[in-house]
Design a binder for this molecule. Structure first.
Ligand SMILES: CC(C)(COP(=O)(O)OP(=O)(O)OC[C@H]1O[C@@H](n2cnc3c(N)ncnc32)[C@H](O)[C@@H]1OP(=O)(O)O)[C@@H](O)C(=O)NCCC(=O)NCCS
Length: 189
């Protein structure tokens, strides 16, 4: 599987589904690790302990962030993380604004273009809106599907050059986005 979805802006809308979105629990570790391993072409056994450890630490949502899952027909079909970025701390670039970031959203290829990532995005923005009046995210400039997704959620590009070792982004490869969070996110998660 490619790391990025093929960019298909003109695709006619496929059936939207009502994905239920909730905070992940440690029981979701295998499903999340499976999606991550497939996307990054890694073995499940390499990834699962890391994901399980992460969910034990932050599953219910902490000052460091949270993880949401989307599920339908009783199985997880996507996940998305929220992370607090404090510039210069814990390996985060000095250049990035301090704040809450949407990070690492992945949807099962069989369930794409049905609104699952949008639902995960809205739930995470509602979570952030309880804590801040803006949210950030960054993507690789080559990931045009992710760029359109985040723009449809209300993100606007911010001109900034940064490098992010852990996201494997060289200077100039990453695009930063910012979304102002109004009352709509607080009232209608
Ligand atoms: C990017 C990704 C998360 C989108 O998930 P999804 O559930 O298919 O997205 P949605 O159905 O909610 O799409 C919402 C909007 O995003 C845009 N979009 C999503 N996928 C797209 C694609 N392949 N090509 C063009 N635009 C796309 C469209 O504007 C879409 O609205 P539309 O379907 O009405 O045209 C998914 O393709 C994925 O998991 N990709 C691999 C991982 C990845 O790149 N993650 C992002 C890292 S920042």
């Amino acid at each position: 599987m490619g790391e990025y979805a093929a960019y298909e802006p003109g695709l006619p809308a496929s059936d939207r589904i009502r994905a239920d979105v909730r905070l992940a629990t440690p029981e979701d570790a295998r499903a999340i690790a499976t999606l991550y391993a497939r996307r990054h072409d890694k073995a499940l056994h390499e990834v699962e302990p890391q994901v399980a450890g992460e969910l034990e630490r932050i599953g219910a949502g902490t000052r460091a962030g949270c993880v949401f899952v989307a599920w339908t027909r009783e199985r997880v079909v996507g996940y998305g993380r929220v992370r607090r970025v404090v510039p210069g701390v814990d390996g985060q670039p000095d250049e990035l604004p301090d704040g809450w970031y949407l990070m690492g959203v992945v949807v099962d290829p069989a369930w794409r273009r049905r609104g699952v990532a949008s639902a995960l995005g809205r739930a995470r923005l509602a979570w952030i809106a309880e804590r801040a009046d803006a949210a950030y995210c960054f993507t690789n400039r080559a990931n045009r599907a992710a760029i359109d997704l985040h723009r449809s959620l209300g993100f606007e590009p911010v001109e900034l050059t940064f490098a992010h070792e852990r996201a494997e982004l060289e200077a100039g490869e990453g695009q930063l986005f910012r979304c102002t969070l109004g009352t709509e996110f607080r009232e209608r998660p």
